[in-house]
Design a protein around this ligand. Structure first.
Ligand code: ATR
Length: 275
């Protein structure tokens, strides 16, 4: 008897994760026998859990906070993009117990932008990034790879933005948080990677009236879907893309590897996850 393939998402906390809804929806939509569940794991149990899951029929897992970086030490194979980002969000458990680690956050970011703003051309001009956390790292790698000529970063803690410049080099410049609006003068791609504007978090206060009308503006915050940041950009006449799609698209490569079907990200998928 063959076991029903299992996958899930590892994190702590994990109850808020939308991934179980997303993958369960896809499993159902494509009539695939499989399961996808949330798995709460504390840091001290991470290795034990990773060794144990394949024995329970798990063929892979997504990884979320706070394990995205620490999980790398238990991987036997790591993709170039996960190495560059320094974090993994997608694991594949091989039959022989080896663990393959990838990072699909940058992919998810790009796929979302391309779907939401088909006319967007990464080469058209500089990108401006608010924030310098883990999500910013993945987005910088993806943007550089797509040929964005220059990336300007502004972060409350300037040292973190400087560290990104040190890691990713020549195409990156840093602007002080109090002057963050100056990034907007030339920027054709503008991204909020901070938690500002999220339900329960502080407001995004950097003035956006310097935005170019031909800029494409996106936010990684998806609760609310239309953040005050996106709303302000829309009022300036910019094309905006909300952050939900990044989450949905980052799940595509894992689902395809585990269950053998490339899933669609469309309106029905969005509705299923938001329901
Ligand atoms: P992640 O890894 O998911 O990106 P993170 O590392 O905690 O999460 O990063 C959150 C981002 O939001 C950081 O850029 C953070 O700025 P700091 O590096 O200065 O902490 C930014 N952020 C969070 N709260 C903020 C606030 N009140 N004002 C400005 N930036 C804030």
């Amino acid at each position: 008897m063959t076991q029903i393939p299992r996958a899930g998402v590892i994190g702590n906390p994990i109850s808020h994760s939308l991934s179980p809804k997303l993958h369960s929806y896809w499993l159902n939509r494509y009539g695939i026998e499989g399961t996808y569940t949330a798995i709460k794991v504390t840091e001290d149990k991470l290795e034990e859990t990773l060794r144990d899951l394949p024995k329970q029929g798990f063929i892979g897992a997504n990884v979320t906070l706070p394990h995205k970086t620490s999980v790398m030490q238990f991987a036997d194979n790591i993709t170039d993009r996960a190495t560059l980002i320094g974090a993994a969000n997608t694991l594949i458990f091989k039959n022989d117990g080896r663990i393959f680690a990838d990072n699909t956050d940058g992919y998810g970011f790009m796929a979302n932008l391309r779907q939401g703003a088909p006319e967007w051309d990464p080469k058209s001009g500089p990108a401006a990034i608010f924030g310098a956390g883990g999500a910013a790292r993945a987005i910088i790698v993806a943007l550089a790879d797509a040929g964005v000529p220059e990336i300007i970063i502004s972060n409350r803690t300037r040292a973190k933005a400087e560290a990104l410049r040190a890691d990713f080099g020549a195409r990156i410049s840093v602007i002080d948080w109090v002057q963050a609006d100056q990034m907007l003068e030339e920027a054709r791609t503008v991204i909020n990677t901070t938690s500002l504007g999220m339900v329960g978090a502080q407001e995004f206060k950097v003035p956006l009236n310097g935005l170019r009308k031909d800029a494409v503006v996106t936010d990684i915050v998806y609760n609310p879907l239309k953040t005050p940041f996106l709303l302000a950009a829309e009022q300036q006449g910019c094309r905006t893309v909300d952050g939900l799609g990044m989450l949905l698209h980052q799940g595509v490569p894992g689902f395809e590897r585990w269950f053998g079907q490339r899933p669609e990200v469309d309106e029905a998928t969005r509705k299923a996850v938001l329901s």
